[in-house]
Ligand binder design. Structure first.
Ligand SMILES: C[S@@+](CC[C@H](N)C(=O)[O-])C[C@H]1O[C@@H](n2cnc3c(N)ncnc32)[C@H](O)[C@@H]1O
Length: 216
């Protein structure tokens, strides 16, 4: 069942967004850290990702020509500036964040970006509200490895269904193939996508990360 909020304004094309220089009150890393202890199963890590991870997630995925982009689990917005730097000004871009404190921090930092305080599993309902038929790109920092299996597969199925053929799913993970859960998630991605086009290792992150670029 969806929790789609009817008071969330529709996403504007990027060129119509008002740029914002406002920083969120308090320290972003502290907000992240505190929320990790409040709901570890939602965040999966106690640190926001690094600029190097944000670049690895957003370089070479076609943001410059995309028309529709969604960000899953933006948290306090560690990847968002890299998306905004690269994205086609005519694209529609919105984010989906489930944690209320993270959502408030994100809105304070990026008031120009439409954020749906919702579950990414509801992506297709959210797209209908946005008038978006299919997405070119999903940039996701969702903590898939800690999702229960009964959540993981249906959620990935929804994400894939939301993408156009040839659409890109850019995902961060922390334990490439070293943990059973990571191996299972990789196999799940292999089953759901036609190709895993790139796997990038990023050492400059806490913990070191892997970024997958998957093609529908
Ligand atoms: C690891 S944090 C990543 C935050 C940020 N993008 C970064 O890289 O620093 C994962 C984020 O996903 C959000 N999240 C977890 N499950 C979600 C879901 N089902 N739908 C939307 N957001 C979710 C969490 O609240 C958290 O903000």
């Amino acid at each position: 069942m969806t929790t789609l909020r009817t008071d969330t304004p529709r996403a504007k094309p990027v060129h119509a967004m008002q740029p914002s220089g406002r920083e969120i009150p308090g320290n972003r890393t502290f907000t992240f850290f505190r929320e990790f202890f409040r709901s570890p199963r939602l965040l999966g890590t106690c640190f926001p990702c690094s600029k190097q991870v944000a670049a690895a997630m957003t370089d070479g995925i076609g943001l410059e020509t995309a028309m529709s982009v969604a960000e899953f689990g933006p948290g306090t917005g560690a990847i968002t500036p890299s998306i905004l730097e690269r994205i086609n000004p005519d694209a529609v871009y919105f984010a989906i964040e489930r944690n209320d404190v993270m959502a408030a921090a994100f809105r304070a930092r990026f008031p120009q970006v439409t954020l749906h305080e919702d579950d990414a599993r509801n992506i297709r309902t959210i797209m209908r509200g946005e008038g978006v038929e299919k997405l070119d790109i999903i940039v996701s920092a969702l903590p898939w490895l800690i999702f229960p299996e009964e959540v993981r597969e249906p959620m990935l199925t929804e994400a894939v269904a939301a993408l156009k053929p040839g659409g890109i799913f850019s995902q961060i993970t922390y334990f490439a193939d070293s943990l059973p859960a990571a191996k299972k998630f990789r196999r799940l991605m292999e089953r759901h996508f036609s190709e895993i086009r790139a796997v990038r290792r990023v050492w400059r992150n806490l913990p070191p990360a892997f970024v997958y670029h998957c093609v529908k």
